[in-house]
Write a protein of this length. Sequence first.
Lengths: 124, 921
Amino acid sequence: MTKKVLIVDDEQNIAISVEYLMRREGFDVSVAKDGEEGLAMIRSTKPDLVLLDVMMPKMDGFQVCSEVRADASLAGVRIIMLTAKGREAEIEKGLSLGADAYIPKPFSTSDLVSRVKALLEPKE
Amino acid sequence: MLSGPLVVVTSFLYLGLLFAIAYWADRRADTGRSVISNPTVYALSLAVYCTAWTYYGSVGRAAATGYGFLPIYLGPTLAATLWVFLLLKMVRISKSQRITSIADFISSRYGKSHLLGGLVTVIAVVGVLPYIALQLKAISSSFSILIHYPDVMLPGGAHTLPVWRDTAFYIALILAVFTILLGTRHLDASERHEGMVAAIAFESIVKLFALTAVGVFITFGLYDGFGDVVHQALQAGHLKTRLIPEGGANFWFSLSLLSALAVLMLPRQFQVAVVENSGENQLRRAIWLFPLYLLLINIFVLPIALAGQLEFAGMGVDADTYVLTLPIAHKQQWLALFSYLGGLSAATGMVIVETIALSTMVCNDLVMPGLLRRWRYRAPSMDLSVILLLVRRGAIFVVLMLGYSYFRLAGEAYALVAIGLISFAAVAQFAPAMIGGMYWRGGTRGGALAGLSAGFLVWIYTLLLPSFAKSGWLARDFLDLGPFGIALLKPQALFGLEGFDEITHCLFWSLTLNIGAYLIVSSIRAPNAEETTQATRFVDAMSINRPIAEGLWRGRAEVDDLISLTGRFLGEDRARESFAEYYAKERNIEDDAELPADGETVHFAETLLAGAIGSASARAMIASVVQEEPLGLDEVMDILDEASQIRAYSHELEQKSRELEAATAELKAANVKLLELDHLKDDFMSSVTHELRTPLTSIRAFSEILWEDPKIDLEERKRFLGIIVSETERLTRLVNQVLDLAKIESGHAVWTSSEVDLGDIIRQSIDASEQLIIDRGGRLKLDLPDAPAKVMADQDRLMQVMLNLLSNAAKFMAKESGRVEVHLKRQQNMYKVMVSDNGSGVPVKLQPVIFEKFRQGVEGSANPLGTGLGLPISREIIEHFGGRLSVKSTPEKGAIFSFVLPCINRGGAAPSNNPGQEAEA
C-alpha cells in the first residue's frame, strides 16, 4: 500500500522541491501551505508521515506537532521537522514535542529521502 | 489667728514639703524616670529668675515708677527668641565639656585658666551677695509683718537688734542647712541636682499662684476689675504720672538689655538653664513658656500697686510690702499666709540656687586651686571626694553668712529694686568674654581678664561705691563733687556724661570699657595652643559631633592612673563604672585588658573630672598624673586644620559616593538596555539566518535534483532552473538589504543631501515599476501637482523608498482588477506622498509592527519576493530626512503607505520642527 506523505510548508519553492522528491520515491504526496491547513489535513487524511516546517503563518510547526501528539487517533503519524531554524534549543524543543526527526534546512536531498524511507519501513 | 509659732511651723512645713519633693525627684532620677527631663519643669525652673525682688519689689517699683517694672521682664522675653541659637550653643558646649558654672565656662574657653575662673567667681560673689541679702531681708520683713496680724506694722531696723535675736540670722542658718541638704546631699560631686530643680519648679508654681491669688482678691474682691482700680486711682490722682515711664527710652532700652543679659549670666540662671539642662529639646518649650510665665506673674502688679496707694495713702506703708499688707489690712489671714508663702518661695528659690551655684564656683575656682598647690607638696590625708563635699558645704555656709552680714550692714540703706539692678549690672560684665568667646576665635585669656577687670572696676566705681555713698557709708561729696573734687570723675557723670540714669550710665561705661579692653588686649597677642584648641571646641560646638581630642594631646599615660585619679574625686566605683561605660560605648572596647591610654582617653578623664572640680582644676590634676609633651601653636593649628579638612574631605567623600551610586544606577540601566539590545541582535541574527537558509534550501534541493537526474524533461528543468535563479536573486537582495540596514543603523551610511523634486523621483520610480504592475494585471493612477515639490534629500535613497512602496503595492493589490494610486500634495510646509493599493490591507494588530525587521505584514501567503527589510529601511531613510513614514489600512479595502518630507522654504532649507504631527494629519 502506498504511503501517504504530507508536506506542510509556507515556502512555495521548497514545497515544490520536496513534493518532487517524494513523488519520485512513489509516495502519495499532498501539500499544505500553513500550520492550520496542515493540521486539518493531518486529521482528515491521516498521513503516514508529515514533513513539517516550523516558521509558518497562523500556526507554527511546534504547535502542529504537539496537537498531533495530543491526539491518540493520530498516534501512527510520523513527523519530521524540516526547518531553517537550526539552533540546538529548537532541535531539542521539536524532539521533546514528539517529532521523530529534525532536519535542518538546507538539507541534502538524498539524506532527506533516506530518513523518510527509514521511518516508513515496517519495524520488524 | 496667725501667731508667731503658727507662721514658723507653716514655714518649716513648707520647707519640709520642698525637701520631700526634692527627695522624691532624686529617687525618680535614680530609677531612670527623671521628672526634670520634662520641658515644662525646665521652663518653670528658669522662673527662679523671679525672686522676692519680683514678688514684693515689682509692686514697689510700679508704685514709684508706673510701668517702670516692665523692662526687667521685657528684656528676657525678647531675648528668649535668641535662645534657639545662644542658649542652645551654651548647653551644647557645657554638656560636651562638663561645665559646672559660668566661671568654669569662661575659664574653660580661654585655655582653662584658674585666674580667669577666680576673677569671674569674685565678680559673681561681690555682685550677687547684696542680692542674697535682699532675699534674707524679704523673708525676715515678711515674717515680722505677718506675725503682727491683724495690725499693719512695718518692721523696725533689724540692725538695731543683737544678732541672736535677729530673725534674719536664723533664716540664713536654716537656709544654709536646707541648701546643703538639697545641693550637697550626696557624697557625689556631680554637677547636676535633679531634686533641687524639681523643688525650684514647684516653688515657681507656688509664687505664681500666691501672687495671682492676692491680685484676684484685690482686683475683683475689693474692686470691680482692672478698670475700676485704674478709674479710682485716676480720681485719687495716683495714676497721672504712673502711665508715663520714668527715665525715657534709653532707660527702657538699657534695662531691657541688662535683664536680657542677666537672665543668662546670673550664676543661678546659668545653673538652671545650662548646668541642670537635661536635653536640648527642653529649650523649645522654654522659649515660649518662660516668657508666658513672666507675663502671668506681672498681670496683677499694677492693680496691687494702685490699690495699695489708695488704701494706705498717707500712712507711710512701704509699697514693697503691699502684696502682704493689703490682705492683712482686709483681715484675710489665710490669704496673707499664702502670700507670705509665695514670697518665701520666691526668696528661698533664689537663695538655694544662687548659693549652690556660687559654692560650686568658690569651691572649684577659688579653693581648689589653692588646695591643689598645697597637695603638690603634701598629699591630703582625707578622701578627696569628702574634702570636695566639705568645701562645697563650707562655701554654702560662708556665702549665706556673708549675705547675712551684708544685710546687717546695709540694712534699710537702699531700696530693694536698686540692689537687684546693681547685681544685674555686675553679671552683665560676663557677656563680652562669654558671648565673644562663643563666636570669635581671636579672644585670649589676657583679653578676657582685661575686659572683665575693666568692666568690674567701672561697675564698682559707678554703681557700688555710689550706693555706699547713698547709704551714708561714704561722704556724699564723693558722689556730688567727684573724688578730690574732680568733677570729671564724678562716679555717676563720668567724663561729663550726664543726663542718664545711674544704670544706663554704668552700663554704658562698663560695657564700653569691658568690650574695648577685651578686643584690644586680645589683639595684642595671637591665641596660644591651649586657647586655640578651646576656641575651636566652643566656636565650632554646633558642627563638631566628636570631641576633637585625637592628636591634640601627646604624651604617656596609664589608664590605671587616670582611673585612680578620677576615683579620688568621684569615688573609686563610680570612676571605674564611667570608664567602663566610656570604653564600651564610645570606643567599642569590651576587653578590660587592652584599654588604650591615648589622647581621647585622657580627654575623657579630664572632662569627667571637670564635672566635679571645674575644668581648670581638672587640667591641673590630669597634668600631674600623665607625662605630657606640650604642643606648639603651629602643631595645634595643623591638627585643627586637619580636623576641619577631614570634615571637608568626608563631606566630599559622601558627595563622591552619592555620585558613584548614581553612576552605578546609570550603568545598571545601561546594562539592562545593552542586554535588551543583545537580545534584539540575537533575534536579528536568528531571523537573518532563517531568511538566508530558506532560499538556499530551494537552491540546493533543485540543484541536487537536476544533478542526480540529468534526464528530467525540458519543461521541468526550465521551471526548476527558473526557481534557482529567482531564489538566487532573493538571496542577493537579502544580503544587500541586510548590509544596507546595518550601514544605516550603525551610522556609516553615506548620505548625500541635495535639492530634489519629489515629482521627478515619483515619475522615475513609476517608470521602473509600472511594468510589474501591468504584468500582474493591475492599473496605475498618478496624481501629481504641476509645481515642483522641492525637498532636501538623497535622490537614490528616495527612489529606493518609492520602489519599495510600489513593489509592495504591486505585490499586495487585488488579484483581479488590481489598482495602485500615487498622490503627491502639499500640506502646509510638508509634502505628502501616498501610495495606495486595493489589496487585502494590513491587519490592525500588525500595523504597528510592519516597520520592524522581518515582520512581513501579510499572513498566510508565501512571499517569495519579500525580505522583511524593505519597510524598515524605508522608514530609516524617510526619518533621516526629517520626515515620517506611516500606514493607514482598512482590512480588505487596501492599504495607504504615506510619507511626509519638509518643504524647502525659498531662501534656504528649513525642515519643520515636528514632522510627525503632519504625517498623522
